[in-house]
Design a protein around this ligand. Structure first.
Ligand SMILES: *[C@@H]1O[C@H](CO)[C@@H](O)[C@H](O)[C@H]1NC(C)=O
Ligand SMILES: *[C@@H]1O[C@H](CO)[C@@H](O)[C@H](O)[C@H]1NC(C)=O
Ligand SMILES: *[C@@H]1O[C@H](CO)[C@@H](O)[C@H](O)[C@H]1NC(C)=O
Length: 354
């Protein structure tokens, strides 16, 4: 009873903060920057556009037909981790309440000044990497996978959120000790159920090994984002930074509805015709506010990368659209944008295009 009324009170504190942060809408929880409480969002995912996509093997490495089944993030045993016992549905709430109460008792996470330099735009060295990301071009990468079709037919899917060194090179696998192999459990334990459920639809591995895919994305890219270092949390709860990474990636993805943006420009999946690459680039860059990087497999469009610089931390900072820092489109001037489920036999593109 006490817990419940306290929870309701704390939520009432949280809600104004949530509604003032559009990009946080639909998050399972956000960390309130002024009170450091975990806040439940009351906003539904439905008001946030749709999108989704596919898989991907190695970053920046084109998928090769016939080699798809042994992607780098697959690790022995990964398939068996999905059998972890699901917690009763009331448990996350009581856990959440407990963590909220704990947060009240103890100091919480760091608040960044509003005048920190925009990443990749500092003119002198910035010491506080808890409020500044040195590898500060962040790429929200998405898939459109039709072979096999992955995710909803009317949405691209999440690939990841990658830090770049502002020059096209990138760090990777920065802290093996935090390469967690229990992302699903972490999100559940941290009360990030909404994020997890969203990921189960929109952050899909093309072979169905979602947990392994998430582990790969976190271990390879997420551990390189300095504001997620445990030392950046005043009251660090182990693994909470991974929950922050996935929640932020999801909230950012929701602001980048590639399928809808293309459809609004009259560009819809169609197995019988090709589109000018510049029309696709133009439609997406107008919406995003900067050029995007487009990826193709042969002549078939299958990836888009949205580039950002960040002011402040990944957790609470402001993401600003920026031009690609070195990445180049791998697409020809004229591309196919295939429907999902178009072929039904996993070979639709070749059948449709001869
Ligand atoms: C993938 O790896 C497994 C186990 O290492 C192996 O048995 C299988 O043949 C591999 N598949 C491909 C397509 O290389
Ligand atoms: C920006 O800050 C980072 C981190 O301190 C530093 O490595 C980099 O050299 C700085 N850039 C400039 C132009 O001073
Ligand atoms: C996830 O794994 C880490 C160690 O890698 C462990 O500290 C943590 O307790 C685990 N979390 C859950 C919810 O199982």
């Amino acid at each position: 009873m006490l817990v419940r009324s306290t929870l309701r009170f704390l939520l009432s504190l949280c809600l104004p903060t949530i509604s003032s942060q559009p990009t946080s809408a639909g998050l399972t929880y956000i960390k309130d920057s002024s009170t450091s409480l975990f806040c439940l969002s009351s906003l539904s995912d439905t008001q946030l556009i749709r999108q989704r996509v596919t898989r991907e093997p190695e970053r920046r490495e084109k998928k090769k037909k016939g080699q798809k089944s042994n992607s780098s993030w697959q690790k022995p045993g990964a398939l068996f981790r999905r059998t972890a016992v699901k917690m009763p549905s009331h448990k996350p709430i009581s856990l959440l309440a407990t963590s909220m109460l704990a947060s009240v008792a103890a100091a919480a996470s760091r608040i960044c000044a509003s005048n920190t330099p925009l990443s990749c735009h500092n003119t002198t060295a910035v010491d506080d990497t808890c409020c500044f990301i040195p590898s500060g071009q962040l790429l929200q990468t998405q898939f459109w996978d039709t072979d096999p079709s992955t995710g909803p037919a009317d949405s691209w899917t999440i690939h990841g959120l990658w830090p770049d060194n502002c020059d096209g090179s990138f760090p990777q696998t920065c802290d093996a000790s935090r390469a967690y192999s229990n992302i699903t459990d972490i999100l559940t334990a941290m009360g990030a159920d909404d994020t997890l459920h969203y990921m189960q639809t929109y952050w899909k591995d093309y072979q169905g090994n979602d947990e392994s895919f998430w582990e790969h994305e976190w271990g390879k890219h997420g551990t390189c984002i300095t504001t997620l270092d445990p030392g950046c949390y005043d009251d660090y709860v182990p693994t909470e930074e991974a929950a922050d990474f996935f929640s932020r990636t999801v909230s950012l993805f929701k602001t980048l509805p590639t399928y809808q943006w293309l459809a609004d420009a009259g560009i819809t999946p169609d197995g019988s015709k090709s589109y000018a690459l510049e029309d696709i680039q133009s439609a997406l860059s107008q919406q995003h506010g900067a050029d995007v990087t487009l990826g193709c497999e042969g002549k078939t469009l299958n990836q888009v990368w949205y580039h950002f610089n960040v002011q402040g931390s990944l957790q609470d900072g402001k993401f600003v659209a920026s031009a690609p820092d070195g990445a180049k489109s791998t697409c020809p001037d004229s591309v196919y944008y295939d429907p999902k489920n178009g072929g039904g036999d996993g070979d639709g593109d070749r059948i449709l295009h001869g």
